[in-house]
Design a protein around this ligand. Structure first.
Ligand SMILES: C[S@@+](CC[C@H](N)C(=O)[O-])C[C@H]1O[C@@H](n2cnc3c(N)ncnc32)[C@H](O)[C@@H]1O
Length: 211
């Protein structure tokens, strides 16, 4: 993926210190935010979960507080895989695999919940479609897809700080992503009902799409 266009492929030292970077960027609010977002997923004790682009597995570790069933993490970043596998080695119900999330997964209608956090914005639209289709296919008939990412908004109406984040800190694909009607897109893949939770003054959204 072109580094000028997308910033979701994270490697080297940046991958190893990703969680700490997030804490710094968010003024040390990231941990509390992500804890709340995972709680908002309402994961039940027997829910199986798959995380697309699982990164350091910080989110997966939080999910283990809610379910004893299988949690699968999929990522293709070398350093992210080393870090996440090491972090999860004591959780018997967690499995982390190398997988390009644009490719079909080996799973079919097996999961209660699919999760993707700060990954979808960094893909060209054709690849976003592939990822959404893959998430749809891995979910059980009554499963739900949880997309934690930037909300939809008009950047022109935001304050200079938010504008600067998108101009200097984020990739051009993120600016395009905030203009997409994601619920309309998800409907085209068969998702039927939706609910939403918001964070950081509505700049971030957990969109819950039900099959
Ligand atoms: C911004 S990080 C987010 C990590 C994690 N979801 C989180 O919220 O902490 C993006 C992640 O997506 C992974 N990634 C990027 N492109 C991918 C692809 N094509 N297939 C699988 N993982 C990918 C990166 O390796 C990285 O771990």
């Amino acid at each position: 993926m072109d580094r000028k266009l997308s910033k979701v492929e994270i490697s080297g030292i940046e991958a190893y210190i990703y969680d700490e970077l997030m804490m710094l960027i968010t003024g040390f609010t990231y941990h509390g935010f992500i804890k709340r977002a995972i709680k908002d997923m309402d994961i039940k004790e027997n829910d199986s979960v798959v995380d697309f682009g699982s990164g350091t597995a910080k989110n997966i570790c939080l999910m283990t507080n809610y379910t004893k069933n299988t949690i699968v993490g999929l990522d293709k970043g070398k350093e992210m895989l080393i870090k996440s596998k090491n972090r999860c080695k004591d959780f018997k119900n967690v499995k982390i695999f190398y997988h390009d999330i644009r490719e079909k997964t080996p799973f079919m209608e097996e999961f209660d919940k699919a999760f993707i956090s700060f990954v979808l914005h960094g893909f060209i639209d054709k690849d976003r479609d592939k990822i959404i289709q893959n998430a749809y296919d891995v979910l059980k008939p009554d499963g739900s897809f949880f997309i934690l990412d930037y909300n939809e908004f008009n950047l022109d109406s935001k304050n200079p700080m938010v504008k600067a984040i998108f101009k200097y800190g984020e990739c051009p694909l993120a600016s395009e992503f905030i203009g997409i009607d994601l619920k309309e897109k998800l409907k085209q893949f068969g998702f039927k009902t939706f609910s939403e939770k918001y964070y950081y003054s509505n700049l971030v959204r957990l969109l819950i799409a039900n099959k």
